[in-house]
Write a protein that binds this ligand. Sequence first.
Ligand code: KG4
Ligand code: ZN
Length: 340
Amino acid sequence: MSTKDVYILAIESSCDDTSAAVLQNGKVLSNVVANQKIHEAYGGVVPELASRAHQQNIVPVVHQALTIANIDKKQLTAIAFTRGPGLMGSLLVGTSFAKSLSLGLNIPLIEVNHMQAHILAHFIEDEAQSIPKFPFLGMTISGGHTQIVLVKDHFDMEVIGETLDDAVGEAYDKSGKILGLTYPAGPIIDKLAREGNPKAFPFPKPKAPGLNFSFSGLKTAILYFVQKQVKENPNFIEENLVDICASIQYTIVNIIIDKLKKASKETGIKTIAIGGGVSANSAIRKALKDGEQKYGWTAHIPKFAYTTDNAAMIGIVGYLKYLQEDFVDASISASSRIKI
Ligand code: KG4
Ligand code: ZN
């Protein structure tokens, strides 16, 4: 351990994953994520249950992150935590924990915007990913957000397009619910889609102005389509599941790539970095890579561990803010709706 080394403990609790990570400068020493299985039975995240599960998980998860990193809490330089956006009851658990620990250890406290973190996850030093050059287009695709962000510098970001209704992850999860799949359905649809014909069932592409998105119409179109088919053939879903999934995935990927093409054309920026849970999607990752050949893009695709909610991405923002001495005091409170 060099005296100049910065050790950040990062805490993420914005939705239904309790996560803690330890970073040594820009590198991840540990990144522990406790998923909450309890929501599966309800087909979506139940805020009250999420908050309670965070309270149960936070101490063991932080303990495990420190143990894996082989760091004693006395060696920590600063604590970073997700301030928002997210579910209030969930955010409060991580925020309170981070505040008390920073007070107890008498070390700086750093607040992190969850959506900025999904983009800045690309700045984690890791062989499995590359660091984008400014300016670039950041695309955050998750269960709660769908945004195209013009990233001029680490903390100089501007949202230039976003969803007007459902997020892309919601489109996946709600489509999955219609098909009787468990929550979260995104990864299941992704897996099943690989076996199916993407052009089996053409779904309409919703029209949203400019660089914005709209996914609620797609969900309704899928619902009506499935209801109609099931009336004629009660086994329609089972018999066509892989083709339905492939068709949904094909439509969603086209919507995303079309908007990215438009954003790239309008801004003249060809460096694109995706982030958020849906950036784990195999078809989106492939389409983005293909964009390097087709449209001259430089595509930055995050390591899987840094796509869905995780504390490592909070830690890298913590480290970047630490270098700028951008600290907060214990009067800070969680904020469920903060913007990028
Ligand atoms: O970023 P995240 O972990 O949590 C939010 O901040 O929302 O994203 C979770 C979302 C869920 O909607 C989940 O279905 C989706 O990411 N997701 C996927 C895949 N893996 C996770 N969607 C499509 N394909 C995947 N492989
Ligand atoms: Zn997220």
